[in-house]
Design a protein around this ligand. Structure first.
Ligand SMILES: [Zn+2]
Length: 265
């Protein structure tokens, strides 16, 4: 839907076909989670505000110090950008099975100082992880650098995320990610600062963002916590609370068993 919606601000692509299964129009937020893709295409602003208050910029400072390297000064993160993107070049071999291969591109908004290639390397690592979606032995992923692709992972400033998600009627409030059409819009702040539960492990949070959204592309809906002390499913909207579960960012455990929970919504 709204193919035109994505061609914003002089964006390089015009994209837009929906990706078959998943959220042609819903928002899913990652890592956070938002909304229920099936039932309501609209985000839940209140939750976002809560989240914002809970983990906003303050936390980044408060949490006891910054982590060198992984924890930049929140004030140094640009909140808006040109809305144009650079696509990571190169591409990889397929990882995972061959029964269903999804191709994707990785793009980074111009001007934010993070090489698209670096983000691509991280996304590739996440999707190739043995605890990732490929653990089902069927799905595979292959990063491409252009042409048509099944989905796009786009790292952008909060302002640009808001613009793009807003074209679908979503209010990401400068804080959260969204998934619209074939695009996984990753808020630069979340990518760099994570959320409250992952503030000390940004790398893991990035895996949660990617696994959650790609999970939607694979047709997975939201899930709840299966029980106290159990690992939180990646399809759980963890940003809204862990409900007794413990943090987890992978869809499978190291033994190849799926980490799931009761369907929500
Ligand atoms: Zn979601």
């Amino acid at each position: 839907m709204l193919a035109g919606g994505l061609a914003l601000k002089g964006g390089t692509e015009s994209a837009g076909h929906s990706t078959g299964s998943a959220d042609a129009s819903s928002v899913t937020e990652t890592g956070g989670p938002r909304a229920a893709r099936k039932d309501s295409p609209t985000p839940e602003p209140e939750k976002e505000k809560d989240e914002k208050e809970k983990q906003g910029e303050k936390d980044a400072d408060a949490g006891g110090g910054k982590r060198a390297g992984e924890r930049p000064d929140p004030d140094s993160i640009p909140s808006s950008g040109p809305g144009t993107f650079a696509t990571a070049d190169g591409g990889g071999d397929r990882v995972g099975g061959s029964a269903r291969t999804l191709t994707y591109v990785v793009q980074v908004e111009d001007g934010i100082g993070i090489p698209a290639r670096d983000v691509a390397t991280e996304v590739e690592r996440i999707l190739a992880d043995e605890r990732g979606w490929t653990a089902d032995g069927k799905v595979g992923f292959r990063r491409v650098s252009g042409g048509s692709s099944d989905f796009r992972v786009r790292l952008a400033t909060a302002g640009t995320v808001d613009d793009i998600c807003g074209q679908y009627g979503l209010d990401t409030g400068g804080e959260v990610n969204c998934n619209v059409g074939q695009d996984v819009m990753v808020n630069l702040k979340r990518w760099l600062l994570a959320t409250q539960y992952y503030a000390d492990d940004v790398t893991s949070y990035r895996a949660l963002i990617i696994n959650h959204e790609v999970g939607h592309f694979l047709g997975h809906g939201h899930e709840g916590c299966p029980g106290a002390g159990r690992p939180a499913p990646v399809m759980m909207q963890q940003i809204k609370g862990l409900h007794g579960c413990r943090t987890n960012v992978w869809p499978y455990d190291a033994d190849g068993r799926p980490i799931t929970g009761p369907a929500v919504g």
